[in-house]
Every structure is written in structure tokens, then in C-alpha cells.
Design a protein around this ligand. Structure first.
Ligand code: NOJ
Length: 749
């Protein structure tokens, strides 16, 4: 066995070295083992280590052909594949690992998968989880995902996606933490800790991936894979912070680059980002994986002239592993042999990959992730479902609740309307390849389980017909045949709960939208139902902020439910009935209209913030500047009052204290948010920036004083050269339950 051969080699070298007795007892470090192994590898084997291929059942890019599949099998047997993705389950992973272990050096394969919001037990989509602002709960969600994925032979997830985005047209906002770099950084750290745990070699922890490095969320016009052009100040202050935090605070072991160009350069070929910044300044010693075929796509970008050139440029720029584009496999050997590529760069990439494999403990026990009993025991366990339910409850955002329309009162007769209320797939969200079909608890089922007095009417189907592609949704634009039944049900009810929004596959990769209303005839259904009974509660399931301007102006209560995962129906029922008092806050601004996008709270003031008396100020002539709901906003069934805001400078630290009181009649949780404004600086600073927050729970009538500390690391910023500077001057502080908080004070730093 190859593993045995390797350990014998170490044993023999220990015998021949003139060691002292203390040294003889010291096991070689991972770094020594990496170097030893590297020194034994042929050029071909090194190229294999930096190549990653997809398994046999799922793709998110051009599908592999029979020919490539046969080639992969051969390569595996000769130990020329370092990593595979999309091979899941003990039964599937074991034979592949055996091939690798039986090859010349027996280097184990690292198996990767997109474990994005749950594995078998599905959790709310990441954007929804971000709305909880509950870092412990988010970490716990990632922990459960890691436990389940590891039980299925996975050692690596391609998550968290930490791309900041201010454009809800972009379908992948569902996969991130929203628009804010501070919240995004805190959540990135929580998720990485959840996946990686304290000990990467434990059988239930997996390697995390910070992706997509960098700028992918700033795709022009919100169109996926599109061009990204941002200046230095935005790059360093908005886009990079979650990556930096993920590396420096949580030690993420891998980073994925991306499909996009950034200021004209495909990020897969960007040496500044990957070598200078990530591996240089930030000291990242894990490895970088490309996105799916992104090295080869540099040809389409017009940056590489052919696959060989693409391989050279990607490797030189620091993209260590090539995901499914074959350019490394086919060209690196020749490039090294011809002297075009310095083998030291390839060695560095291999070293990084081996290091992570050693950290995972794969060399010591390559089968520890392959225990069929553990697999059977852990997946979808009651404890995991409970964690998913709790996470889902906390992810829901109450957007409007006039006259205490919610919670539903005891004995009220409900008309439950909308196809999404009965949907058992959409709540599972987009990254649900491992989930069982139809396995989410629907609202209809949960209402039944809770014994509510209700009738259900579908109203309108969301999708019709067969799509040209399996993941495409063909929206119903014509069928209104269910309207009369829904209107009748509404008329006969005390209260209407109407569930509208997007199918779970209408957001995610490749699902950009140009309109952000309800797809199909749902808006018409809403208006018809509302006319029949204005006592209407709108529940919105979506993977992104939608434009809900009509609803906000008419419907008395609105609940943002995102796609909440396995326990969706129960979580929603608990919020609608008041069994759980909602506490979510928006991680992204909700626009009034698509024309306002990109819209975000931390914008610059402009030279003409207005309003002036005539038209020459920064505004629209046909739309307000205000969002429909701002970042950080969300209601509760109770109310909170903020007072006594104080800022004191103690040495280099500014101490900010504020009193929060629960002024309503129920216990509730509140996310206390602290924003600053740097009044004048060497580059214009945003009108507000989130700098800290705390989620608290208060009984009715109770109050609490919170203290935050702001240091130089909170008050500085990256200037136009990309350097971090802390400049003395005046700052304003705002504290409250939303980014439009009015309670403010100021200090000089
Ligand atoms: C493409 C996506 O952009 C990336 O996020 C994902 O991890 C890979 N496909 C692998 O599925």
C-alpha cells in the first residue's frame, strides 16, 4: 500500500539520520511531510495534484463527455488527479479514494462540493441567514452542514460565498450575506468557523472556501458572469474585507477565484489579487482553486490566446488548482519542460494543496470520512432539523404590520392562497442537489399541523410547460383559472395569508433578472385577493429583494420569507401565529423600482445631495431616492426605544453607550446597530457605515445599556492607493434598529 510505503520511507530516514533521542521521538511535522512527498513526485504527478475534475452526476458548467469521463478514470488509477468535486456518498467516494491510494505515491484525493445552505438537512439560503444577524446560529448552521457533508465523504465545501453585492438583479445575491462589508465579514468568519471547526483533522470538519476572489458581485447590470469595473477605494473598502477577515480571523484554507474580469483582467489570471495581496500581504498559506473552467474562459475573455496560454497565465497569477478545464492537465508539463513556466510556481501550488490534505488528516486516515454507519445516523437527524427550524425563524423579516394585523389571532378563519404555500421544493432554495425532492415542510402542511382554521386555494400556478434546460423555470403568464376560487376563499375569511414570490430556482447562478416584481400573474392575483379582502398578509418567498412597492402601499402586513429550507412551513407558521416573535433585519436594501439599482445605504453623499429648489440635484424626476425598506430594517411584534447615546474617547478607543428598552408587551429580540460617518477625509466616505451590532433579547418593559468600542481599525479606511489610513477628524455616530436610525451623537478622533 502506498500510504504504508510513505510511512516506511519516513521511518527509514529516521533511522539513518544522526538524531538525538529527543529528535528521534519527534514525529515529522506536516511541513516536513509535505516537502518529503513533494521531493518524490514526478512532474506528471504534480500536474495531477493541481487538477480537479467533476464526478459523474452534476455540473455547473459544460457537461463532461463520455471521452473525458473515460480519461478521468484512467488518470485516477495512475494517481494523476488531486481533487474531485460532485462525488458524494460513502459508496461513491470510497472506490475513487481507493484508486488514488493504490497509485504510486498514494496521495489521497480531496473531495469538494457546494455545501452552501445545508447538505441533506436544508437550511435557509445564505441571504436569509444573514437577515438573522445571529452569528452563533449561522456558525451552527455551517457546523451542521459540515457534519452531514463529512459523513458523506466530503472534505471540502465551496462556501461561503462572501461576494458583497448591491444589485438584486444578480441571481447569486441569494448565496451571499448582502450589501455590507462589515456584516459580510462577521458572517464570513462565522461560516468558516462552522465548517472548519477547531480541528480540521476531525472526521466532521471540512475545509471552507472564500469565494469568488474578487468582485464577482459587482457584475455590470446585475447580469451573471458580466464585466466588473470598480475603483481602488471600493475594491479595498467594500469587496475585499470579507475575504481578508476570512483569511486573517478564521484561517479559511481555500479561496476560489472567479469567472469575472476585474478592471479588465480575468480574476483567475490576476497576480496582484492572488499573489501580492492574498498570499503576500495577507499571508494566506492554503490554496486557490479556479472556478469551473475559469482558466480556459480566459480565452473567451480575450486574455489568453489558447489553452496553453491560459494555463500559463493562471498558474503564474497564483491560481493553484484548475477546476474542470483541463488546461493544467494538458499543458503544464510542456510549459515546464520548455522552460516557459518556472517549476517553482507549480511546486508552490502542489505544496499548498498537500498541506491542506495533511491538515485534514487524509494521509493518516484516508477513510475516516467514509463510515457508512455514521452516514446513515447523521443525515437529517432530528437535532439537525431543529437547528434548521431555529435558523429559519430567525431569518424571517417582518416588513410591515399595520394595526397589529399579525400575529394571527386565535379562532381567526384564514384563507391561505398561493402556489408557493404548498410548494415543497422552492423553500429548499437553489443549492439543493443533495436534498430529497419535495422534502421541505410547506406552509399548508404546517398550518394543518398547527391546527389552524384555514382553507387553501392555489390561485395561480407559477410555472408551466417544459423548459429547454433542466434548471430553467417557464413562468405562467396566462393561466388565471384559479383566481375565482382564491377570491372566493378570501371573501369568506377573516384574514388572508397569500404566499407569493420566486420559485427556488429563479435565483442563484445564471438566474439574473431584469424585472423584480412577482413572476407571472402573481401580482394580478394579489390585487384581486386584496380587493376581495383587504385584511391581507403577504408572505414573500424569494432569493433576492423584490420590488414590493404596490404591496407596501396597500397590504397591511408583509413578511419576507426568502427560501427558508427544510422547516420553512413550521418557521413561517411560528412567526405568523406569534409563537416566535420575528427578529430579522434586512441584509440588503429593498428598492422601490429597478431603476434605483444599485441602491445601498452606505452611498456617498454626492456634491448635490439636495433637495434644491430646482432639478439640479442628485435625484430622479420620476422616483424618490429613498428605498422601500433600508438595510438593517425589520419589525418585531414588540417595540424598542433607544436613548442616552453617548460617545467618550478613552485613549485610542471611543466608547459608545446606548440604552435600549422594550416598550411593547412581548419579549423580543433586537439587533442594535451602530453606524459612523467620517465627516471629512482624504477620500469621500459613505453617509453611513455599519461598524458594530449586537443582537439582544429583552422582556417587556425591560431595558439594557450596551457599550461598543471603536478603535483605529474601525475608524480608518483604504485610500485611493489601497493603503489603510486613520485620519483625525470629526465623526458622527448613529445607533438604532436600522440603517436609517435617527439617534445620533458625534466625537472627534
Ligand atoms: C461555479 C460556481 O460559480 C462556483 O461558485 C461553484 O463552487 C462551482 N461552479 C462548482 O460547482
Amino acid at each position: 500500500m502506498a500510504v504504508l510505503r510513505f510511512s516506511i520511507a519516513i521511518f527509514i530516514s529516521a533511522l539513518v539520520l544522526p538524531v538525538t533521542s529527543v529528535m528521534a521521538q519527534t514525529a515529522p511535522s506536516d511541513e516536513e511531510r509535505v516537502e518529503d512527498l513533494l521531493s518524490q513526485m514526478t512532474l506528471k504527478e504534480k500536474v495531477g495534484q493541481v487538477s480537479q475534475f467533476t464526478g459523474f452526476w452534476d455540473v455547473t458548467g459544460p457537461a463532461p463527455t463520455d471521452e473525458t469521463q473515460a480519461r478521468k478514470a484512467e488518470l485516477l488509477k495512475s494517481g494523476i488527479i488531486g481533487s474531485m468535486l460532485n462525488v458524494v456518498g460513502v459508496e461513491e467516494v470510497r472506490p475513487i479514494q481507493e484508486y488514488a491510494l493504490n497509485s504510486r505515491l498514494g496521495i489521497p484525493v480531496i473531495f469538494g462540493l457546494d455545501v452552501v445552505h445545508g447538505h441533506k438537512t436544508m437550511f435557509p439560503i445564505p441571504l436569509a441567514e444573514a437577515a438573522s444577524w445571529d452569528l452563533d446560529m449561522i456558525e451552527q448552521s455551517a457546523r451542521v452542514s459540515a457534519i452531514e457533508a463529512a459523513a458523506q465523504g466530503q472534505t471540502w465545501t465551496f462556501a461561503p460565498m462572501v461576494d458583497i453585492s448591491r444589485d438584486p438583479r444578480w441571481g447569486r445575491v441569494m448565496e451571499g450575506a448582502g450589501e455590507d462589508p462589515y456584516l459580510g465579514s462577521r458572517i464570513a468568519v462565522a461560516r468558516i468557523r462552522g465548517f472548519q471547526g477547531d480541528d480540521l483533522s476531525a472526521p466532521d470538519t471540512i475545509v471552507a472556501t472564500l469565494k469568488h476572489f474578487a468582485g464577482y458581485g459587482f457584475a455590470e447590470s446585475g447580469k451573471d458572469y458580466n464585466t466588473v469595473d470598480v475603483g481602488t477605494v471600493t475594491l479595498h473598502n467594500v469587496i475585499l474585507p470579507p475575504f481578508k477577515a476570512g483569511v486573517e480571523e478564521a484561517d479559511a484554507r481555500t479561496v476560489m477565484n472567479g469567472f469575472n474580469t476585474l478592471n479588465g483582467l480575468p480574476v483567475t489570471g490576476d497576480g496582484y489579487l492572488q499573489r501580492e495581496l492574498l498570499k503576500g500581504e495577507w499571508g494566506f498559506d492554503g490554496f486557490v482553486v479556479s472556478d469551473w473552467a475559469s482558466a480556459r474562459e480566459m480565452i473567451d475573455h480575450g486574455y489568453a490566446k489558447d489553452p496553453e496560454d491560459a494555463a500559463l497565465k493562471a498558474m503564474e497569477a497564483g491560481s493553484d488548482m484548475d477546476m474542470e478545464s483541463y488546461v493544467y492537465l494538458d499543458h503544464l508539463e510542456d510549459l515546464v519542460e520548455a522552460g516557459t513556466l518556472d517549476v517553482a510556481l507549480l511546486d508552490d501550488a502542489v505544496r499548498r494543496i498537500l498541506r491542506v490534505k495533511f491538515e485534514l488528516g487524509l494521509f493518516d486516515d484516508p477513510y475516516k470520512y467514509l463510515d457508512a454507519d455514521r452516514e446513515a445516523e447523521l443525515l437529517l437527524s432530528p437535532a439537525h432539523r431543529e437547528a434548521s427550524l431555529k435558523m429559519a425563524e430567525r431569518s424571517i423579516v417582518l416588513l410591515k404590520n399595520d394595526d397589529d394585523t399579525l400575529p394571527i389571532r386565535k379562532g381567526e378563519k384564514i384563507a391561505l392562497i398561493g402556489t408557493l404555500a404548498a410548494d415543497k421544493d422552492s423553500p429548499l432554495g437553489n443549492w439543493r442537489a443533495m436534498a430529497d425532492d419535495h422534502s421541505a415542510v410547506s406552509v399548508v402542511e404546517a398550518f394543518e399541523a398547527a391546527g389552524l382554521d384555514f382553507v387553501y386555494a392555489e390561485g395561480a400556478v407559477l410555472e408551466i410547460g417544459d423548459a429547454a434546460f433542466p434548471n430553467e423555470v417557464v413562468v405562467n403568464l396566462t393561466d388565471r383559472s384559479g383566481f375565482p376560487e382564491a377570491v372566493e376563499a378570501a371573501r369568506n375569511a377573516d384574514k388572508v395569508i397569500i404566499v407569493l414570490g420566486e420559485d427556488g430556482l429563479q435565483s442563484g447562478e445564471g438566474r439574473s433578472r431584469s424585472e423584480l416584481g412577482f413572476p407571472g400573474v402573481q401580482q394580478e392575483l394579489l390585487e384581486a385577493v386584496y380587493e376581495a379582502n383587504p385584511e391581507t398578509v403577504l408572505v414573500v418567498m424569494s432569493g433576492r429583494p423584490l420590488v414590493l412597492t404596490w404591496a407596501e402601499a396597500h397590504v397591511p402586513a408583509i413578511v419576507q420569507a426568502w427560501h427558508l429550507g427544510q422547516e420553512s412551513g413550521h418557521a413561517l407558521t411560528n412567526v405568523l401565529t406569534g409563537a416566535y416573535n420575528p427578529s430579522g433585519k434586512l441584509p440588503m436594501t429593498f428598492p422601490r423600482s429597478v431603476g434605483q439599482i444599485p441602491i445601498y445605504y452606505s452611498h456617498l453623499n454626492t456634491g448635490r445631495p439636495g433637495p434644491l429648489t430646482d432639478v439640479f440635484w442628485s435625484h430622479y424626476i420620476d422616483e424618490s431616492n429613498a428605498p422601500l425598506w433600508p438595510f438593517g430594517y425589520g419589525l418585531s411584534y414588540t417595540t424598542f426605544e433607544y436613548s442616552n447615546l453617548r460617545a467618550r474617547k478613552r485613549g485610542d478607543v471611543v466608547e459608545v453607550s446606548v440604552r435600549v428598552k422594550n416598550t411593547g408587551s412581548r419579549a423580543g429580540e433586537e439587533v442594535v446597530q451602530l453606524y459612523i460617518r467620517d465627516i471629512a477625509a482624504s477620500v469621500s466616505r459613505p453617509v453611513r457605515e455599519l461598524k458594530d451590532f449586537s443582537k439582544i433579547e429583552l422582556a417587556p418593559g425591560k431595558r439594557m445599556t450596551l457599550t461598543f468600542e471603536l478603535g483605529a481599525e474601525d475608524l480608518g479606511f483604504y485610500n485611493a492607493n489601497g493603503s489603510y489610513v486613520v485620519e483625525p477628524g470629526d465623526f458622527e455616530i448613529f445607533v438604532g434598529g436600522s440603517s436609517d436610525a435617527t439617534l445620533s451623537t458625534s466625537f472627534e478622533y
